[in-house]
Design a binder for this molecule. Structure first.
Ligand code: GCU
Length: 837
């Protein structure tokens, strides 16, 4: 009965397809897949419920029941050689079976997997490794792989962590999937089911620790009741071999005690951190360590007391040392700068601050370095700091959350971007020095190293707010284990586990995913100019002018004639000189700088000819049109999968693909219009500023609506939109259609602002042909950072296919405002089939 109930519940979960199980759905293997006979039982060599070995046994039972419909019993011993899946550490195994021949070559967290007929052995170097092996075996079964294998596998690095930017109040900085699964209202939530489920997902991709709170930390995390709460999180993580770590607020002593200082060399401050650390380890004996953001973006740090960043880091490292903890210290330290200084350059800051301190950090300090020198942009060169710290352990910081990359509302499969960075050869001492070998500690022979992925999962059942975005989390773990792994193979494993075995599904999602980063780069920021988003507000939609004329140093230096940062030694900021000589000279010379980083390193005229033969400005135009077209093609690609998909995920993804297609046009038009306006150089193909199928809302006959000048101007077609005259009266806008009679796709560009859900209706004559509500941000259908303005973040499109039009028909839009949202409309497009505009 119990088994039946379990089966029922489990099938129920799979049928739900709300994303909660992610790639661990254990969906029944389709008929026709070859199966060999299964072992008859599971033998788990540790039956304590907090042990990952016990978890491995439970997970194997659950997985095999789901995938193959077989309910295997779990026992804690079995005679050798019997038909069984045996899970335990090498030590446990050898104790029980005294098998002197078995000495797999394993390092910490590694495992050995052997499948020989009905005898399967999964042996870990430690208990966590056992669980990793169990998940690997289950992944094989779920993918219909029953082959005979025998191999050891070991991690590329000891640090395979995630960072979660969760605040104590439950919000998440740069999180796009709802509120925190850990915190609410200043405390740790009572129900940690989701935290445990997250640990399960992470264990399956071999992530071994989570920093649970935001780098912009809060001293209240250290209050005794919160330490107890963190202890509860650590308790639910532990059976999955996931350790808890936490971010610290540098000035905590001055907030929590009556000390008036947080000087890292003050003995009372030292005593405070030692005692606090002891108190934490008392509750969480296996705590992974701390993460510290100091002297960065307003955060306090050692520099306030004229102490070095190393002195600041070592304060925590020394407190952690007796407990075996690690101090992750962020290299993201920079100052506000003045753009009128041609030589000022934020990209130089990390090397300027950290290189002189090389050798001063304690052995359990790891400097955590963002992949590029600015901030998770769509294209950046490798951070030169990796080449400049020979005597310091380092780790790379990546973002799984797509802060500058469409906030999970645009599909971007990130591993190709990450691999561009990690496979880069920095040529330290003129010899091969791959970033992946530096950050894992191998190259400079450092004891520690690895990666931190900023993930920011939330309460949304899809974890990241989007089903497709989960390929990035999956791939992050797989790559953190093995940086030589192939992004396409990883992706296809994820597709099979998430969406099943249909070849068309695999091919289509693969094609879409691999096209996604280049497409986004095409319609956001080209040639190394960075993601041209609004850096002062939401980081979501386009706002190229926000990059310049402020102290943040993400400058483009675009003017009427030219664009780009001159980072050469000869004439610019000198940044290129921070690389080892071979790389420095590559970037110093414009003729050897790759096109995709041209504007990162050089300031050129818009008419400068690229190696492709195009001018910079024409490349901008062409790339933006090509990128938006690719985003549009994703809609049709996804639609082709309808027969092979559950409705729940099909509809959810389709809605997002349509949004992305529309928002890609907003991006395309904003960027091309902005530079067209600035440079005055026409598009050779005549597209920019010419939209023959559009009817601008401001050109319609308006009643109850008025014309509104949108800022930034380029985020509205023709710079203007219409808004209702008041927030309580409906407006109408009408036009007599001059296009030939026929069937068109009716697209309406409008603004979906936060703070209201306006309703709209479009009539042709007196027939209603379209109706919708502008509710995507208020109701959380999309999780991107919302905007309360008409701008590039709120600009969106809705499309109604196949609308019959007679020349001379009157088209009327009726907009009813709601809250602060005045039913804003930008334009209507009547698109003949196949036209994208
Ligand atoms: C970016 C991001 C911030 C974050 C910071 C960091 O600037 O926008 O939200 O706090 O990076 O990484 O510390």
């Amino acid at each position: 009965m119990l088994k039946l109930l379990f089966l029922f519940v489990f099938i129920g979960l799979v049928a739900g397809e709300d994303g909660l199980q992610a790639w661990l759905r254990y969906a029944p293997l389709p008929r026709g897949h070859h199966r060999s006979s299964l072992p008859s039982r599971i033998v788990a060599l540790n039956d304590s419920s907090s042990s990952p070995v016990y978890t491995a046994g439970q997970e194997l039972q659950k997985g095999i029941l789901g995938i193959l419909g077989e309910d295997l019993e779990i026992c804690d011993s079995a005679p050798a050689g019997n038909s069984a899946i045996l899970v335990g550490t090498v030590g446990q195994y050898n104790k029980v079976y005294q098998d002197a021949t078995l000495h797999p070559d394993l390092s910490e967290d590694g495992f050995w997997l052997s499948t020989q007929g009905t005898t399967v052995r999964i042996l870990g170097q430690n208990e966590r490794g056992v669980l990793y092996g169990a998940f690997e075996y289950l992944s094989m079964l779920a993918q219909g792989n029953f082959s005979t294998v025998e191999y050891p596998t070991n991690p590329s690095a000891p640090i395979r962590w995630t960072n979660e930017w969760d605040n104590m109040d439950g919000s998440i900085e740069r999180g796009f999937a709802g509120n925190s699964i850990f915190f609410d209202d200043g405390a740790i939530v009572a129900n940690l089911t989701r935290a445990a489920e997250y640990a399960r997902l992470l264990a399956s991709i071999r992530v071994n620790a989570v920093i649970v709170n935001n780098v912009n930390a809060n001293y209240t995390t250290l209050q005794p009741d919160n330490i107890e709460g963190l202890g509860r999180i650590a308790d639910v993580f532990r059976p999955y071999g996931v350790q808890l770590g936490m971010s610290l607020y540098f000035a905590s002593p001055a907030n929590i005690t009556n000390l008036t200082t947080y000087d890292p060399l003050d003995s009372r401050v030292i005593a405070f951190w030692n005692d606090k650390t002891d108190e934490i380890y008392q509750r969480i004996p296996d705590m992974a360590g701390y993460l510290v953001k100091a002297n960065s973006e307003g955060q306090p740090g050692p520099i306030q007391y004229n102490r070095t960043l190393a002195q600041g880091a070592n304060l925590f490292a020394k407190a952690l040392k007796p407990h075996g903890g690690i101090l992750m210290f962020r290299a993201f330290v920079y100052d506000q700068l003045n753009e009128s200084d041609w030589k000022a350059d934020r990209a130089k800051a990390a090397v300027d601050y950290f290189q002189p301190l090389d050798g001063d950090f304690d052995d359990n300090v790891v400097v955590q370095i963002k992949y590029g020198p600015i901030d998770f942009q769509v294209r950046e060169p490798v951070s030169p700091l990796f080449a400049n710290l020979r005597n310091t352990s380092t780790a790379i910081e990546l973002q799984v959350t797509q802060e500058y990359l469409g906030q999970q509302c645009h599909v971007i499969y990130l591993p190709p971007l990450w691999k561009t960075i990690t496979n880069f050869d920095l040529r330290v001492d003129n010899s091969t020095s791959l970033v992946r070998n530096i950050m894992t500690g191998q190259h400079f022979d450092r004891p520690l190293g690895g990666s931190a992925g900023v993930v920011n999962v939330g309460q949304n059942t899809t974890w990241l707010g989007s089903h497709l975005a989960m390929s990035n989390l999956y791939a992050y773990g797989r790559l953190a284990w093995d940086w030589t792994a192939d992004p396409t193979e990883i992706l296809q494993d994820w597709i099979r586990l998430t969406f099943g075995h249909n070849q068309q599904v695999i091919d289509t999602i693969t094609e879409m995913s691999l096209a996604s980063w280049p497409a986004y780069e095409n319609y956001s920021g080209n040639l190394g100019i960075q993601t041209l988003t609004d850096i002062l507000y939401t980081h979501f939609g386009p706002n190229p002018q926000s990059q310049d004329n402020n102290g943040w140093g993400q400058w483009t230096r675009a003017d009427k004639a030219s664009i780009g940062m001159d980072r050469t030694v000869s004439n610019g900021t000198g940044y290129s000189g921070q690389y080892p000589p071979e790389i420095a000279s590559l970037y110093e010379d414009i003729s050897t700088t790759p096109d995709d980083l041209l504007l990162w390193f050089h300031h050129v005229n818009y008419t400068h000819t690229l190696t492709s033969g195009k001018s910079v400005i024409q490349h901008f135009y062409d790339a933006h049109y090509a990128g938006a077209l690719t985003a549009h093609s994703f809609v049709g690609m996804w639609e082709s999968l309808k027969p092979y998909m559950d409705t729940e995920r099909y509809d959810d993804v389709l809605f997002r693909q349509k949004f992305q297609a529309g928002h890609a046009l907003v991006w395309r038009d904003a960027i091309t219009n902005f530079y067209h306006n600035l440079s005055g150089i026409p598009d050779e193909a005549g597209r920019v500023g010419h939209h023959p199928w559009r009817i601008e809302a401001e050109s319609m006959r308006l009643s109850g609506y008025e014309i509104y000048a949108v800022a930034p101007f380029e985020t509205a077609s023709n710079a203007t939109a219409i808004v209702t005259r008041s927030n309580s009266t409906t407006g109408t806008a009408s036009t007599t259609i001059a296009f030939d009679s026929g069937v068109y796709d009716l697209a309406i560009n409008y603004y979906d602002m936060y703070g209201g859900n306006s309703t709209y209706e479009v009539c042709i004559g007196d027939q209603v042909v379209a109706k919708w509500t502008g509710d995507i941000v208020d109701t959380g259908k999309l999780g991107h950072t919302p905007s309360i303005y008409l701008d590039g973040h709120s600009a969106t499109r809705v499309t109604f296919p196949d609308v019959k039009i007679q020349k001379g028909d009157v088209l009327t839009i009726k907009g009813t405002p709601d809250g602060i949202e005045p039913a804003p409309v930008d334009y209507v497009a009547l698109l003949p089939r196949g036209v994208v505009d």
